[in-house]
Design a protein around this ligand. Structure first.
Ligand code: GLN
Length: 183
C-alpha cells in the first residue's frame, strides 16, 4: 500500500514514521509533479490551514486533490487536515469545522477518550478545531466533552487531535489502513 503525505508545511514527518512502522509505503507531496505518483491514499497533516490553503493553491494542487477525493481516493486529515476537508475549504466532507475552537487558555491539551470501535485512545490537541456541524452521511467516531473530534464519511477520516504525536499507539493509523482496504 502506498500512501501520499501532503508535506507543504506542518507535522507530516510524524505520520510518515507511524505509517512506515505499520508496514505501509509512503512518499511526500511537495509539488504538483509529486501528485502524479500513483497512490492508494492521502494524508493531510496538522499545521496551519490558512497557510496550507495558500500553498496548495499556489502550487496548483487544490483542484487535483479536490477531484481525487471526490472520486473516492481515501484520505486521513488531522487537525488542520480536518479543516481542509470541511465545507469552507475543499468541501469533500459534509462537515463544518470550528477553527481554534478551544480558545487560548485551552489551546493545547492531552486527554484520553473513546474512539468508536477502538476503545480509549490518546488524544493530543494543539490549537485544535472541533466539528461543529455533522451533516448527512457523516459518522461520528469520537467526542470530547460533547464536541465531535473525529468522524468518517465513507473513504474520508478526520481527527481534530494528533494521533501521529503519540506513535506508541498506532491504532488510529491502523484503522485508516483498514479503511483503505475496505475493511
Ligand atoms: N489552528 C490550526 C488551524 O487553524 C490547526 C492546528 C493544528 O493543525 N495543530 O489551521
Amino acid at each position: 500500500m502506498k500512501i501520499a503525505i501532503l508535506a507543504l508545511q506542518g507535522a507530516f514527518a510524524e505520520h510518515e514514521e507511524v505509517l512506515r512502522a505499520l508496514g505501509a509505503e509512503t512518499f511526500l507531496i511537495r509539488n504538483r509533479a509529486d501528485w502524479d505518483i500513483e497512490k492508494d491514499a492521502l494524508v493531510i497533516p496538522g499545521g496551519e490551514s490558512t497557510a496550507m490553503t495558500r500553498i496548495m493553491r499556489d502550487l496548483e494542487l487544490w483542484e487535483p486533490i479536490s477531484e481525487a477525493l471526490n472520486q473516492g481516493l481515501p484520505v486521513f486529515g488531522t487537525c488542520a487536515g480536518l479543516i481542509m476537508l470541511d465545507d469552507a475549504h475543499l468541501s469533500t466532507m459534509n462537515i463544518t469545522a470550528q477553527r481554534n475552537a478551544y480558545g487560548r487558555q485551552l489551546g493545547s491539551f492531552y486527554t484520553e477518550d473513546e474512539f468508536c470501535g477502538i476503545g480509549k485512545v490518546p488524544m493530543t490537541f494543539i490549537r485544535a478545531p472541533y466539528i461543529e456541524r455533522v451533516g448527512e452521511g457523516v459518522e461520528v467516531l469520537a467526542t470530547v466533552d460533547g464536541k465531535v473530534v473525529a468522524a468518517r464519511q465513507q473513504h474520508q477520516l478526520v481527527c481534530a487531535f494528533h494521533p501521529e504525536l503519540t506513535p506508541e499507539d498506532t491504532r488510529i493509523h491502523r484503522y485508516f489502513l483498514d479503511m483503505i482496504q475496505g475493511k
